[in-house]
Design a protein around this ligand. Sequence first.
Ligand SMILES: NC(=O)C1=CN([C@@H]2O[C@H](COP(=O)(O)OP(=O)(O)OC[C@H]3O[C@@H](n4cnc5c(N)ncnc54)[C@H](O)[C@@H]3O)[C@@H](O)[C@H]2O)C=CC1
Ligand SMILES: O=C(O)[C@@H]1CCC=N1
Length: 270
Amino acid sequence: MNKMIAFLGAGSVAEAVISGMLRSEMVNREQIIVTNRSNQERLEKMKSKYNVQCMKDKEKAFKHADIVVLAVKPNNVDESLESIKAYLNPKQLIISIIAGVTTESITNKIGIDVAVVRVMPNTSASIGYSATAITAGQFATDEQVALVEALFKSIGITSIVAEDDMHIVTAVSGSGPAYVYYLVEAMEKAATDAGLDSAIANQLITQTIIGAGEMLRQSGETAVELRKKITSAKGTTEAGIKSLEEANFQTIVVESLKCARDRSIELGKN
Ligand SMILES: NC(=O)C1=CN([C@@H]2O[C@H](COP(=O)(O)OP(=O)(O)OC[C@H]3O[C@@H](n4cnc5c(N)ncnc54)[C@H](O)[C@@H]3O)[C@@H](O)[C@H]2O)C=CC1
Ligand SMILES: O=C(O)[C@@H]1CCC=N1
């Protein structure tokens, strides 16, 4: 891949995607340009950490880029696109990582018939473990979608989805790692409250999460089947699961993801 990729926004997800792509050697550091609104310190950090091209001059950054990656918060879409749209042209490929905002709305804001492909990766991109959903906008060709797939396959797995499904995808796999970390926080609290050394607790819990993830991937069994194998009659797991059931754990999780999905819909409307 010998294209120039310019990032609008240098936050958490931009860093995860950039570090993952560099790690995979899909692109090299000279192909990556990073811009931000005003945080010079952040650009300097990206420069020193990844040695990518960091610049304030948006004309220089975006005019000659082949691919433009939008990695700003949904509430910064209007002003940030306004600041670069004069430098964009119909031959470029726009990749939007922004939650909620449709490809149509981005095309309209840019004001030219340019290809927009919307993606929803997650922060595990930084180690090549992103789960990325991809959806194509009106002007994106099959070739451009294939290019986006190849780029994001370098940082994990990809799925092509209908644009309307991006809201639930954002709840499930975009925000998903945060729910897992939240569960880990609770497990660590339980372990240390019971007197276990925190470093030992962290090591055991981390490996437990990795092992469970790999079992889901490798065993060919469903989550229910795997759970049942651990749940001995009258045993410890049964006691723990019973307590989760009494607290309506599944309802709570379903409700949480619904809130995240609704928020994605709301972000798109605003
Ligand atoms: N953090 C995550 O795990 C994921 C985030 N996303 C989406 O990615 C986008 C970025 O999220 P984060 O990286 O978490 O946010 P962040 O707040 O860490 O980064 C956003 C960046 O955009 C920059 N920015 C704001 N206005 C700008 C402008 N006018 N010109 C240039 N840069 C500007 C900010 O300075 C900041 O560096 C959001 O739309 C979010 O929905 C998508 C998938 C996962
Ligand atoms: O919290 C957010 O809005 C973004 C979208 C998915 C993950 N983080």
